[in-house]
Design a binder for this molecule. Structure first.
Ligand SMILES: Cc1cc2nc3c(=O)[nH]c(=O)nc-3n(C[C@H](O)[C@H](O)[C@H](O)COP(=O)(O)OP(=O)(O)OC[C@H]3O[C@@H](n4cnc5c(N)ncnc54)[C@H](O)[C@@H]3O)c2cc1C
Length: 381
């Protein structure tokens, strides 16, 4: 196995770092306070090619392989301090574009992928309901076939991008007799009658990312907007989750690298008792542990992404990647705050914002507990 990046991949990652640092950070702190989505940044990302990273050139995408896309997103995570924008982009790419690319008909791809690639459309996916989060396949949103349409009724909650989305993959029950094969997925446009947005969530972190409720009340969806076969919803969800759990966390690895560099710099330059704080073993060992977490996170991320690039299933690898990276990000944020003392706790620096953002990573895409359940199941326990 060789997970090293080739020259082109390194150059593209560096281009993403340079682009994000130059174009996406201005006003980020104020937008965070105001919970404001960075539409101008979204448009710039589209022009750079982020929304089209993984999509074929015929839809205006860059047609990058998974590993190159991950490298670029790692660069974005390193240089962009607007983590809400990054989260929004991640959701758009991994939970909307990829499933359409993988499971869509030619008509569906032609209809949606060009707009998603050039950023004129925003996407996401809607599985979670008020009473069904971890128990995703227990959802109650119903889709009933009527002529050439399905009529959807239900409420989805915590849906990333929902308040701004043009199109969402909505998971609904088409057959109540079987939990797994009773689910189907629909490409629901915001203009469909019966589709509306409910409450927008006020979350602890990721504040520049719009996240909210989706209300489906007698929402009519044409049959040609069903993604995959009737009953394929759970299988599509599992496939989508493998991409999300492998790839979304690239931005976290980039962020962790940046935090580590800042801690090393501070440990060398901040003096107390007449010597750099880094000369205390309690600080240098903390930094050593942070470095180990960054390196292991990158390795497990690249391994899972490499498996996806080979067209392989990676259910346990993506669960391990998701679990390890998200937990490591939280721990490295806590360590960074401790190393920076009072300044670390201040909103002047970015570590408290990172910490608030990082905690969400333990919850979305399946909680840490659910990832442990998946890993244990694969071990036959
Ligand atoms: C920032 C953010 C963005 C999100 N974006 C989306 C989105 O775009 N689309 C979408 O569909 N959803 C989204 N979600 C929802 C997310 O997927 C759910 O919050 C998550 O799956 C957990 O569900 P829950 O919140 O209902 O918690 P619950 O399932 O009620 O869990 C509560 C606690 O119990 C634990 N628990 C539950 N069952 C078990 C078990 N069997 N074994 C051990 N522990 C268990 C959980 O780990 C957790 O600690 C998002 C959430 C957040 C925070």
């Amino acid at each position: 196995m060789d997970f090293s990046l080739n020259e082109d991949q390194v150059a593209f990652k560096n281009a993403a770092i340079e682009f994000a640092g130059r174009e996406l950070n201005e006003g980020a702190k104020q937008r965070e306070r105001d919970r404001e989505f960075n539409q101008a940044g979204w448009d710039k990302c589209a022009r750079f090619g982020i929304q089209g990273l993984t999509l074929p050139q015929r839809y205006g995408g860059l047609e990058m392989d998974v590993l190159t896309s991950i490298a670029a997103m790692e660069g974005m995570g390193y240089a962009c301090s607007d983590s809400g924008l990054l989260f929004s982009l991640n959701s758009h790419i991994w939970t909307c574009e990829m499933p359409i690319l993988k499971f869509g008909t030619d008509v569906q791809k032609d209809k949606y992928l060009t707009g998603l690639a050039n950023g004129s459309l925003k996407g996401g996916h809607a599985m979670t309901e008020p009473n069904f989060g971890s128990d995703a396949f227990g959802i109650k949103c119903k889709a009933v076939k009527k002529g050439n349409s399905y009529v959807l009724n239900g409420t989805k909650t915590f849906i990333t991008n929902a308040p701004l989305a043009d199109i969402l993959l909505v998971f609904a029950v088409t057959d109540t007799s079987n939990k797994f094969s009773g689910l189907s997925v629909f490409l629901v446009e915001k203009s469909f009658p019966g589709f509306s947005i409910g409450t927008c969530e006020e979350l602890m972190g990721l504040r520049t990312c719009p996240i909210g409720e989706v209300l489906l009340q007698e929402c009519e969806v044409p049959e040609e907007n069903r993604l995959g076969n009737e009953g394929a919803g759970a299988a599509i969800f599992n496939s989508e989750m493998e991409y999300e759990r492998s790839c979304l966390f690239a931005t976290h690895v980039g962020a962790m690298e940046k935090i580590l560099e800042e801690c090393i710099d501070y440990a060398k330059n901040r003096e107390q008792f007449g010597k750099p704080i880094g000369s205390n073993q309690s600080i240098s060992h903390k930094i050593a542990d942070m470095k180990v977490r960054v390196e292991l996170s990158r390795l497990i991320l690249y391994k899972a992404a490499w498996m996806k690039a080979q067209g392989k299933r990676a259910p346990i690898e993506s669960a391990m990647a998701k679990l390890y990276i998200s937990e490591s990000y939280v721990q490295n944020c806590l360590d960074a705050i401790q190393i920076h003392g009072g300044y670390g706790y201040s909103t002047e620096l970015d570590f408290e914002r990172h910490l608030r953002d990082s905690v969400a990573g333990r919850i979305y895409s399946g909680t840490s507990e659910i990832q442990r359940n998946i890993i244990a199941q694969f071990l036959g326990i």
